[in-house]
Design a protein around this ligand. Structure first.
Ligand SMILES: [Zn+2]
Length: 240
């Protein structure tokens, strides 16, 4: 990712003042891309699916990652998207054109992004299978959709509760973990509404810190899951 993708409040990109704590690789930002599988003992719900072969050649390794985690794809019956950007939805179809999830029975797409989801040709066979998803909707007894708009118009998180603990699968609240926990006011070029995304990021970081929730982020570096606390400035992320 070119470094110009980071914007200060007001939409201005960084220049010579580029924050030194952000690691660059050959002068570019590195973006991790994660999907999260929630196993309730019977079925597995998958939140997002990565990009398959629709974006960068270093992405699209979800089938291998599921194998490493010993997750049988045939147990994945429900998929829900945090939003419909290409690095989240295209894993529905494998690089060779086959379905990534042969036993899929429910496919949830945030209602405000159904048209966006149905606009691309690569996933055309899924267009009619998509069910609208609204904030507050329960995907199962333990998984509830939570509104988190800004990065995209229907951007949605998923609150997972189990054994008295809460995990928020928050999609694209943070793209650059080395910077945006400490400085949550910094925005990302691909935020559809940077002001709203900033407001949502601040609200959700505070919610997670105040309630000791675990969070799981699509673009947090491995392992992609951790806890939030308040720092001297902004917030801090502790990976699990
Ligand atoms: Zn993303």
């Amino acid at each position: 990712m070119p470094v110009r993708r980071l914007h200060k409040p007001g939409g201005e990109p960084f220049g010579d003042d580029f924050p030194p704590q952000v690691p660059l690789f050959d002068g570019a930002l590195r973006l991790s891309v994660n999907a999260f599988a929630i196993d309730d003992g019977e079925d597995i719900t998958l939140i997002d699916t990565g990009s398959s072969n629709a974006w960068h050649p270093t992405m699209g390794f979800l089938p291998q990652a599921l194998g490493e985690a010993r997750i049988d794809v045939d147990r994945i019956r429900t998929i829900a998207f945090t939003h419909t950007h290409l690095d989240h939805i295209h894993g529905l179809v494998l690089a060779d054109g086959r379905d990534g999830f042969p036993r899929l029975s429910r496919l949830f797409v945030p209602r405000a992004e159904l048209d966006m989801f149905r606009s691309g040709a690569r996933l055309s066979r899924f267009h009619d299978r998509a069910e609208p998803l609204d904030p507050g909707q329960q995907l199962s007894a333990n998984i509830e959709a939570v509104a988190a708009p800004g990065h995209e118009v229907g951007h949605t998180g998923f609150r997972v509760t189990s054994g008295g603990e809460t995990l928020l699968v928050w999609g694209d609240i943070v793209h650059v973990p080395s910077l945006q926990f400490e400085r949550p006011e910094v925005a990302w070029e691909f935020d559809a509404d940077q002001d709203q995304a900033r407001e949502t990021r601040l609200r959700i970081l505070a919610l997670a810190a105040n309630n000791a929730w675990c969070v799981a982020g699509a673009h947090l570096d491995s392992p992609g899951v951790g806890r939030i606390s308040r720092g001297e400035t902004g917030f801090r992320f502790e990976p699990l």
